[in-house]
Write a protein that binds this ligand. Structure first.
Ligand SMILES: Cc1cc2nc3c(=O)[nH]c(=O)nc-3n(C[C@H](O)[C@H](O)[C@H](O)COP(=O)(O)OP(=O)(O)OC[C@H]3O[C@@H](n4cnc5c(N)ncnc54)[C@H](O)[C@@H]3O)c2cc1C
Length: 385
């Protein structure tokens, strides 16, 4: 399948690439070492509109379709995968769910600030004892007077410490249904726990959040009470495409570094790029990148409503895209390290960072085993699922 990109999409992608070249690529290595990105980066992205890609124009966003959004995300990840992860979480699950299910008051209050980058969104689903099995989450709420009281712990919350709006999932009591809530640090008092030291994406913030009888008024409920798990699953379909685009950006960066190095490095009197072994690696990299991108865009088209009765469901396509793109990223970054040889193993060169960053894409927003389960449910049936 080939994809026609409009003039406007090409211009938007060029703008994102320019931003990545100027604001991300020169700093990615240093941010990785310092475990900190430019604190202004999300407001700089907001100035370009890139924090409001999935926010409707009526609320100050750009209202991009999924394909345009993913084009930008791939460029950002090509520049710095940690920044792209922050934008993907902010845009997919957070602004996406708020725009879809928020009341007008909630949308008016938060969407313009999210779109401008004044505040950054976070998504709190995972818990210490509930990761892949998110439906087993234990964070709970109980009725308390006119409102609710929330108690529990959320784990690995990206953007968690800096977030001005956390979309959080909690069940009623011990075994009631799951609802979604909007947690605002200006209105609700909760504790930000320890920041994890991660293998890759080091500049991205991954934290625990603790809630101890946090008082929630009626305005904190997102959408319909008890519908939260369905919202989370819906958000993850789009979220997985964001991760697919992020993974493809990482693959492209690894491929480009490897290709350029292979053109420079001479051994046995020849450039590495003249050895068939290297050429085949580079050819395989571009093939896997093209395959991942094609699947991502066909999943995006399916989620945006285009139908092909002979194709898979949007959810299965999103899982295939995430699975293919993340495995391509790990493989491509690994081969890039190999092409760099001993230099590739050194912190000074970017490819080892890309390999560490790539690994995360096989884990978050549903591990690749869970992606295979989702795909198998459709292609093989529900037995054993
Ligand atoms: C960098 C990073 C950022 C993250 N950001 C967020 C965030 O912003 N918000 C959030 O809510 N979460 C976030 N997460 C959490 C992430 O989504 C979970 O780590 C992930 O869903 C897996 O859950 P788990 O770690 O508990 O692993 P587990 O569920 O314990 O799985 C462990 C292993 O068992 C496998 N497994 C589990 N069940 C099955 C099964 N039924 N069949 C086959 N294999 C299975 C898994 O695939 C995995 O290999 C983040 C994680 C990381 C690493």
């Amino acid at each position: 399948m080939s994809f026609h990109l409009t003039e406007e999409q090409l211009e938007i992608r060029a703008l994102a690439r320019e931003f990545a070249e100027g604001e991300l690529c020169p700093h990615a290595q240093e941010w990785d070492v310092r475990r900190e990105m430019d604190p202004e980066i999300f407001s700089k992205l907001g100035d370009l509109g890139f924090m409001g890609m999935r926010v409707p124009e009526s609320h100050g966003g750009l209202g991009f379709d999924l394909t345009t959004y993913l084009l930008v995300l791939e460029e950002l990840a090509w520049g710095d995968a940690g920044v792209a992860l922050g934008v993907a979480i902010h845009s997919g699950p957070v602004t996406g769910l708020l725009a879809e299910y928020g009341t007008s008051e909630q949308k008016d209050r938060y969407l313009p600030r999210l779109a401008s980058g004044e505040i950054v969104g976070a998504f709190a689903l995972s818990e210490p004892e509930a990761g892949s099995d998110a439906g087993a989450l234990a964070t709970s709420w109980r009725r308390a007077g006119e409102g609710r009281a929330l108690t529990g712990t959320k784990k690995w919350v990206t953007n968690g410490a800096r977030s001005g709006l956390v979309v959080l999932f909690a069940r009623e009591g011990r075994d009631g249904r799951i609802s979604a809530f909007l947690l605002d640090p200006d209105l609700h008092t909760y504790q930000v726990g320890k920041r994890e030291i991660t293998m890759g994406l080091s500049a991205s913030e991954t934290v625990e959040l603790h809630f101890d009888e946090v008082s929630l008024d009626h305005g904190a409920l997102l959408g319909v009470e008890g519908a939260g798990f369905a919202y989370a699953m819906e958000a993850l379909e789009i979220g997985r495409l964001g991760i697919a685009a992020q993974a493809t950006g990482i693959s492209r960066a690894a491929y480009e570094h490897a290709r350029d190095y292979a053109e420079e490095r001479v051994q046995f009197g020849r450039k590495l790029s003249e050895f068939q072994a290297t050429r085949f690696k580079l050819a395989e990299m571009t093939t896997r990148i093209a395959g991942a991108r094609a699947l991502t865009f066909s999943a995006a088209a399916a989620l945006d409503g285009s139908t092909d009765p002979e194709s898979h469901s949007p959810g299965a396509l999103a899982a295939m895209a995430k699975l293919t793109a993340s495995e391509a990223a790990v493989w491509t970054a690994d081969e890039a390290v190999q092409i760099f040889g001993g230099y590739g193993y050194m912190r000074h060169y970017p490819v080892e960072r890309l390999l560490r960053d790539a690994k995360g894409t096989e884990i978050y927003e549903g591990t690749n085993e869970i992606m295979r389960l989702v795909i198998a449910r459709e292609s093989v049936g529900r037995a054993g699922a």
